[in-house]
Design a protein around this ligand. Sequence first.
Ligand code: HEM
Length: 498
Amino acid sequence: MAALLVWVSWLVLSLLSVYLLAHSRRHLPPGPRPLPLIGSLHLLGDQPHRSLATLAKTYGPLMSLRLGAVTTVVVSSPAVAREFMQRHDAVFATRSTPDALRDHARNSVTWLPLGPTWRDLRKVMTTELFAPHRLDALRQLRQEKVAELVEHVARLAREGEAVDVRRVASTTSLNLLSRTIFSRDLTSLDDRGTSKEFEQLMADILEAIGRPNLSDFYPALAAVDLQGWRRWQSRLFARLHPLIDAEVDQRRKQRAGRQNGLKKDEADFLEVLLDLAARDDEKARGLDRDMLRAIFTDLFAAGSDTSSSTIEWAMAELLRSPLAMAKVCDELRRVIGSGRTIEESEISRLPYLQAVVKETLRLHPPGPLLLPRQATSTIQIMGYTIPKGAQVFINVWAMGQDKDTWPEPEKFMPERFIEKPIDFKGGDFELIPFGAGRRICPGLPLAFRMVHVVLASLLIHFKWTLPVEVERNGIDMKEKFGATVAKAIPLCAMATTT
Ligand code: HEM
């Protein structure tokens, strides 16, 4: 009798849970029917942004799928993105954090949930670090790095060697960041002197972030860290932190030995943060060693590959499009002059160059699904239920391919932005490669300067051609999905001094 009772209760509970599951799914946005255990993981493939864009053609711009055990909502149109990132921004301004970054996330502006610590850090970033006056103050330091890039490419041109555009763009981006942050170089174009340790560690950390992790699809198993990614990531951070600490300690010593503080326009990011940390008001709140480590890690991780891959994709698109290349070079010759060094303040006079960068970011957003968001409460959107805890991807790549918004979306046509005044600063939801709402990229003002100046410098000083074989077969534009989506095959091109 007892056994029968247990069996009946089990049956009733099972039927009830099946009913509840089906019932809860009924209000979710449409999506593919999940398989037992894996849900729709098998549909993601190695280019999730493309697979999800294809699925959205069937299920619509607001769709849901189960990835392992995680309910995931995918947004694929500007109108729906506006609902999530403008109308209901507060609900979706927390991120779903990769398990491998759990320790780092405690102090990280990128991964902290919406709350006082995140708000304080964001405020420091927008008002103190990325404010125009601060970036202006540090532009001379960056200018020197751009001049070095030009010299380096000129030497390769003289020696008839191909330029690995990825390598020069990423070393230059890292040094532009480190000049802005620490006033010094962390790597070099010529492999001379500086250690490559920092650069390599950043590359390893980004690679580890980009790897799929079972713990993220089955949070109940996360404690076990089945693939060991969290342990691996912790080891990488344990090697990176002493390098950051050394910068901070050395600067603290210099500050102790200084009679007067630095002039306002000499202060780099480290100096500004140490000034704030030394105050005894609320501005110093939390700026301890752990917080500084997290801030610097975030700035380098978020700023280096995103900027350099944009530069590489832009060069690849221009080399495939002689008309656009001719137009942008013509504009640079007219406005800046041949062989002259471009200043950051001159970008505003270069509408076609700006259009080239926008068109590159439309076709190749470095984060095609942005950084994942999470619903902090259950909410109804467009008649569907988005449950608390659901992970949210905003597929900006799919939005860049929409035929109704962009005629001939697969074509590289910067002209579309000359005719249509659309910007990527978070107000025009058709083009949001930097995100939108409260969590929009705070580094945008610096990225804007770095990407335009490096690209313009490569184009003003050199004429570019492709190696014969690549010219014959065409540039391979395949992508490699990871923390950022980079060109799978690095772009190599021949430069001749103009
Ligand atoms: C072309 C270059 C860049 C692109 C395309 C880019 C894109 C993005 C995107 C899509 C996000 C997430 C936005 C969202 O969830 O709505 C983001 C966040 C972030 N970016 Fe950038 N970024 C770039 C350069 C930079 C630079 C140069 C820095 C700093 C040096 C930076 C620092 C950050 C930080 C700290 C966050 C996290 C903000 C938060 O969660 O509150 N980024 N970026």
